[in-house]
Design a protein around this ligand. Structure first.
Ligand SMILES: C[S@@+](CC[C@H](N)C(=O)[O-])C[C@H]1O[C@@H](n2cnc3c(N)ncnc32)[C@H](O)[C@@H]1O
Length: 194
């Protein structure tokens, strides 16, 4: 029998579509990244728990723009301040729609590639997403804005961090308790886009 996953059970109980909400909740507790009135871009947003969490904090003010390869079904609860873009952030028409709905005070990326099991391949794919997120930051994050981006550790993340330190006033590295055991994911947070 499979052991029950504490965070998956808790997400179900609290009405979130994914256990990943607790990673954002931990970051929120520690760094207070989401603030009422913010315009937020949520990259890799499906099935929608981060967007839902943000909408709850915004409570009708500001907005959340979610983007993902897969459609998400949240959003009956939102009151017109939620937008969803279906498609890959690597496509120029998707990037254009993201930029058109901006600018943003905060960009979140929990986007992850479909894992192949080959660590080198998966790490590189995750970094590729991370670098694409930085391009979107350049195009649509306000000066002083914040970033949360997930990266799979395994090589290359040091160089990525250097990039972040050049762009942001302050950078933090965070490994949530809610990450699955053995997961190589880590979250980089940038505060105050220069
Ligand atoms: C871990 S899930 C995100 C969970 C989400 N934060 C939540 O709480 O519901 C990662 C998501 O990244 C998306 N993704 C991966 N590559 C992407 C890309 N190139 N463009 C947009 N979304 C992408 C996947 O489709 C997947 O839904």
């Amino acid at each position: 029998m499979r052991r029950k996953d504490y965070y998956a059970e808790l997400a179900k109980k609290k009405g979130y579509p994914a256990r990943s909400v607790f990673k954002l909740q931990e970051m929120q507790k520690r760094f207070r990244i989401v603030k009422p009135g913010f315009r937020i871009l949520d990259i890799g947003s499906s099935p929608g728990s981060w967007s839902q969490f943000c909408l709850e904090i915004l409570s009708g003010r500001g907005k959340v723009v979610g983007v993902d390869l897969i459609k998400q079904a949240l959003f009956l609860k939102s009151k017109g301040n939620y937008h969803f873009i279906e498609g890959s952030i690597f496509l120029s028409n998707i990037e254009r729609r993201i930029v058109d709905l901006g600018p943003y005070d905060l960009i979140l990326s929990d986007a992850a590639p479909a894992t192949s099991g080959n660590r080198t391949v998966d790490t590189q794919a995750s970094l590729n997403i991370g670098y694409k997120v930085l391009q979107i930051v350049e195009l649509s994050l306000v000066r002083g804005g914040g970033l949360v981006v997930k990266i799979f550790q395994g090589g290359g993340e040091g160089e990525y961090l250097k990039n972040l330190r050049r762009k942001f006033e302050k950078v933090r590295i965070f490994k949530p308790q809610a990450s699955r055991k053995g997961s190589k994911e880590v979250f980089f947070l940038g505060f105050g886009l220069k």
